[in-house]
Design a protein around this ligand. Structure first.
Ligand code: HAM
Length: 419
């Protein structure tokens, strides 16, 4: 019986997984340069981690994968990284360190309508900087997101930022929104009718009502900011200006999760043919989550980015990113006699931390060569009768096409020098 993959999932075959590896290596380099440390949390948690009274977003109320395990515990596959990271932060009392900068890479699960760039299992990389209300940290996190997109040579990106204000401003703003939307209740979609009471901010994000006049003319958080919240946001903006990071203030940006206060931001790809799923990264500051999950009052800021979308964007805008050398060398032996040396030679080279491979299927030299070049080696190593006689090997640089006969005893140094 043939069984297909679950709707909204995908396989990563070797030709694609090399791209994933490159992207992950690239991200880890930049994230560690900013001194973020990796945290790995489980892909499932007790449901309460995500299903909190304060979290009424569609993502959590309608899109999570929930199940009872065999011990009758309510379990949820994580739909995002932040809540699990904060659960681990609290459980492991990481707050005693005062301040933590964490990053993560891993799969998440949302029961959404699958389409290009939107999956039911998808990968995010993200950061959480926990334990400081310093607006310079909001700026650092936004700059980090921008830096990554910029270094990936994605030209057509747009950084959008906004503030929801602190909790005090947010409460006043929500009340104002309720007053504003009440007279239009009957005209709004069913979900939004409920949202007026429960979470009026979410109406601003509604895909159905987005063109409704009441939504377009809704008040923005700016009119209700406390002095403190205003100063915080102005400082964030000032820091972005100083660093020459381009951004656009978008007063309607509210984000899809409910835990945010103060700064929120997104980075969109404005890439032709990219389709509707063009938000590469989203995040913001959150002030209540640590307490809600049993920790001390702690302010934090972070973001997450969808890696499938990032890979698409790289494919469109920076194909060279994937072209870099995949392995150091590929060995081609020309006859049975030279093949006798293959296993030992590969082992010697690999023991020296060189990435090498050889042919394991019978092919003509021409098609073996084609196979070898497909592995994207920096060098081709060619071993035949003549070379064996001389205790040497032919080394061909696949880029410059320069070929040299190198003594076998010098091979490791030769390859390493050029590495
Ligand atoms: P989010 O906006 O829900 O935020 O997701 C962040 C990013 O994940 C999106 O911008 C998008 O690139 C990607 N993404 C979301 N859903 C899917 C999907 N179904 N398929 C493919 N990609 C998807 C969060 O998850 C927050 N935890 C971000 C955060 C961290 N805020 C503070 N810290």
């Amino acid at each position: 019986m043939k069984i297909n993959k679950v709707k909204g999932t995908y396989d990563v075959l070797p030709s694609e997984s090399i791209k994933w590896q490159k992207l992950e290596q690239f991200l880890k380099r930049i994230l560690t340069n900013y001194n973020y440390e990796e945290i790995r949390t489980p892909i499932f948690e007790y449901s309460e981690v995500f299903h909190r009274d304060s979290e009424m977003s569609d993502m959590v109320t309608k899109e999570t994968y929930n199940f009872l395990d065999r011990g009758n515990r309510n379990i949820t596959l994580r739909p995002e990284g932040t809540a699990g990271v904060i659960r681990a932060f609290v459980e492991n009392k990481m707050y005693v360190d005062g301040f933590n900068k964490l990053f993560y890479i891993g799969p998440n699960f949302r029961y959404e309508r699958p389409q290009k760039g939107r999956y039911r299992q998808f990968y995010q990389f993200g950061v959480e900087a926990i334990g400081s209300i310093d607006p310079l940290l909001d700026a650092e996190v936004i700059i980090l997101g921008y830096h990554i997109m910029n270094e990936l040579k994605l030209d057509n990106i747009l950084v959008k930022i906004n503030t929801l204000g602190d909790d005090k401003s947010k409460l006043v703003y929500e009340d104002e929104l309720r007053k504003h939307f009440m007279p239009h209740k009957a005209e709004l979609c069913k979900d939004c009718q409920e949202r007026i009471d429960k979470n009026p901010l979410r109406i601003l994000d509604c895909k159905i009502d987005m063109h409704h006049e009441a939504v377009i003319n809704a008040p923005t958080p700016y009119d209700f900011l406390t002095g403190e919240a205003k100063t915080h946001f102005e400082k964030v903006v000032e820091e972005l200006d100083k660093a020459n990071v381009p951004y656009e203030i978008n007063k309607r940006l509210v984000r899809g999760l409910d835990y945010y206060s103060h700064t929120v931001f997104e980075i969109d790809a404005k890439i032709e043919g990219f389709g509707a799923q063009n938000t590469l990264l989203g995040g913001g500051r959150y002030e209540k989550l640590v307490e809600e999950l049993g920790g001390p009052k702690t302010s934090a800021v972070g973001f997450a980015s969808g890696m499938e979308r990032l890979l698409y964007a790289i494919e469109i805008e920076n194909k060279d990113f994937f072209k870099a050398k995949a392995i150091d060398a590929f060995l081609l032996t020309l006859d049975e006699n030279s093949k006798n040396y293959q296993t030992k030679l590969l082992y010697d080279l690999r023991s020296e931390d060189l990435k090498v491979d050889a042919m394991y299927i019978e092919r003509s030299f021409r098609s073996a060569l084609k196979f070898a070049l497909n592995q994207n080696p920096k060098y081709l190593l060619i071993l035949g009768e003549n070379e064996l006689k001389n205790n040497s090997i032919q080394v061909k640089d696949t880029k410059t096409e320069k070929q040299e006969e190198v003594l076998l005893k010098d091979l490791i140094n030769y390859l390493k020098e050029e590495k």
